[in-house]
Design a protein around this ligand. Structure first.
Ligand code: DGT
Ligand code: CA
Ligand code: CA
Ligand code: ZN
Length: 573
């Protein structure tokens, strides 16, 4: 049982209770529990054994929630949830996924107009039916239409971090089966994409039928779509589809290559093979009927005259030409990262103290971190004011005196006001080691205004990093609209680095933006924006995104040792 599965049920519970108008404390308890479980580094299922006391050591988890976790782990479901599901207006939860629609609006839409889905919402908004509802109006209707327009119709993609938990758990389950000699996740997941449509799992096994039987018996399977000796396909209770292919040893590399995709990349490489008189498919590379490659992926590439291409690049975006001309990038790796530059502590909205964040980072082998709590404008997350940052600086100095291997930099994540001025005084900014600026409000400004706002902030002499530059949320809100090239050029001119925020729902900049930014000469930082010690592990998602953007070690500032990183910071001040 994955933590993501437990968290999913708690989150649904919270949403349904909210729609029902239940006590806010109860709603918050479930939400908090979802987050705590999701962030826990080990599977909570392993805490269930024994008397359940260990579950109650998790923050905010009392006897009642511990019992519910245990029930989910043991039975795969939650009776209390089935109960509220029965009572809830159908479709209301789905409506709450649309930004700007909360529980009471969802209840109104479902109750008075009978809207049961996002598609139904779009129809009603287009027909002008929303504006007449109490508490809505023409402006809300326009906003809803804009939000819906930004999404691809009907597409439901699952976040990479969530897919990873299910994928790894299915892999482990399959690898435990006798006769399985190899198992890998291919498809968009292997290519490092920020979301996946489904997971594609490959196994090497002499007995295809037996491994397929085991696969469809995975405890969380809700529906079996296909079930044969070479392939099977299931849908898990979370809605994630998983496709299984069984391959034999002499085709494993070719299958891994083929099912990693992307389709566009495969087609381009197949064409390259055809020029050499070769046929490429999921079983191998063939000259006539003779297989000349297939067991190993690198042999498939070699047969068509290419070096091995990292999966993150396989999108037919110029990687084949680059490979042919020895121009493939030497992609940054997780191991290259020396420090994490954006995180929050209990001084603002983080859930770990300065000490806890530092200890975890030190244990991860980092040389430095920067603590970047919010400024005063973020009042709802207890942002610090100027005096607060001075007090925190003293705490950081004391902490640094105690730490042996890690250096903590004093930073801040400062809001950019709509007019482009910053939310802290120049004096305070000058006293910090590193200054991040970010857009958190008014992401809807017109592109020219938004661009001016950002340019003014980036040209401020104390600014070092532009955090999560677009502000988009995956499956959530569209980001700020700016003239991206102008923003990047201003950043380059003023020595401001651009962030790849590794939070799974941000991953901002995204892959194509990273690539254009690097092309324009920008320096990137990859950081986690962690709000708890466990979230420091999000670094891998940011690195994957940067790799998809063709980033090399030299393009990423926090791969440098501390002294060289500080030199870079000072050079820009
Ligand atoms: P997703 O699932 O939407 O996130 O994206 P993928 O890339 O994982 O796509 P999926 O699951 O439909 O197929 C997995 C891989 O299988 C895909 O990346 C390439 C390969 N593939 C699937 N269909 C075709 C096809 O018609 N032609 C070729 N050449 N390859 C295909
Ligand atoms: Ca897939
Ligand atoms: Ca698939
Ligand atoms: Zn932020």
């Amino acid at each position: 049982m994955e933590n993501a599965e437990v968290a999913r049920l708690f989150r649904e519970m919270a949403e349904l209770l909210e729609i029902e108008g239940a006590n806010a404390f109860r709603v918050r308890a479930y939400r908090n529990a979802a987050r705590v479980v999701e962030e826990h580094a080990e599977p909570v299922a392993s805490l269930v054994e024994g008397d359940g006391r260990r579950l109650q050591e998790l923050p905010g988890i009392g006897a009642d929630l511990a019992g519910k976790i245990e029930e989910i782990v043991r039975t795969g479901s939650l009776a209390a949830l089935s109960e509220v599901r029965r009572k809830a207006p159908k479709g209301a939860v789905e409506l709450m996924r649309v930004p700007g629609i909360g529980p009471s609006r969802a209840r109104t839409l479902a109750g008075t107009l009978g809207i049961r889905s996002v598609a139904g919402l779009a129809r009603a908004a287009k027909a002008g039916k929303i504006r007449a509802l109490p508490g809505f109006g023409a402006a809300s209707e326009r906003k809803i239409l804009a939000e819906l327009g930004a999404r691809t119709a009907g597409e439901r993609r699952i976040s990479r971090a969530v897919a990873a938990q299910y994928g790894e758990s299915v892999l482990e389950y399959l690898r435990a089966f006798e006769g399985v000699t190899r198992a890998d996740i291919a498809g968009s997941f292997r290519r490092g994409r920020e979301t996946v449509g489904d997971l594609d799992i490959l196994v090497e096994c002499a007995d295809g039928q037996a491994v397929s039987d085991r696969f469809v018996a995975f405890p969380e399977v809700r529906e079996v779509l296909a079930h044969g000796a070479t392939r099977a396909s299931v849908v898990l209770r979370s809605g994630l589809q998983i496709d299984l292919r069984v391959l034999d040893a002499k085709s494993y590399g070719a299958g891994l290559y083929y099912f990693t995709g992307s389709k566009a990349h495969n087609i381009a490489v197949r064409r390259l093979g055809q020029k050499r008189g070769l046929k490429l498919n999921e079983y191998g590379v063939f000259r006539g009927t003779r297989q000349i490659a297939g067991a190993r992926e690198q042999d498939v590439f070699r047969a068509v005259g290419l070096p091995w291409i990292p999966p993150e690049l396989r999108e037919d975006r110029g990687e084949i030409e680059a490979a042919l001309h020895h121009g493939l990038p030497d992609l940054v790796t997780l191991d290259d990262i020396r420090g994490d530059l954006q995180m929050h502590s209990t001084d603002s909205d983080g859930r770990g103290s300065l000490e806890e964040m530092a200890e975890t980072a030190e244990a991860m082998g980092y040389a430095y971190i920067a603590v970047t709590d919010h400024g005063p404008m973020m009042r709802m997350v207890r942002g610090l004011d100027d005096a607060g940052f001075r007090r925190q600086r003293k705490k950081i100095d004391r902490l640094n005196a105690k730490l042996r291997k890690l250096t903590v930099l004093a930073g801040a994540e400062v809001d950019i006001h709509p007019d482009g001025t910053l939310d802290l005084t120049d004096d305070t900014l000058a006293g910090l080691d590193i200054v991040f600026v970010a857009l958190h409000a008014r992401l809807d400004l017109a592109p020219e205004k938004q661009t001016e706002r950002v340019l003014r902030a980036l040209t401020h002499p104390h600014v070092d990093v532009f955090a999560h530059p677009t502000g988009r949320l995956i499956n959530g809100r569209r980001g700020a609209q700016v003239d991206f090239d102008r923003v990047v050029k201003a950043a380059v001119d003023h020595g401001v680095m651009l962030e790849v925020d590794a939070q799974p729902e941000r991953l901002d900049l995204d892959d194509t933006a990273v690539r254009s930014a690097i092309g324009l000469g920008a320096t990137i930082v990859i950081d986690t924006d962690a709000h708890s010690p466990n979230e420091l592990r999000f670094m891998r998602w940011g690195v994957d995104q940067a790799r998809r953007g063709w980033a090399e070690k030299k393009n990423v500032a926090n791969t440098r040792p501390l002294s060289r990183f500080l030199k870079l910071l000072h050079a820009s001040r």
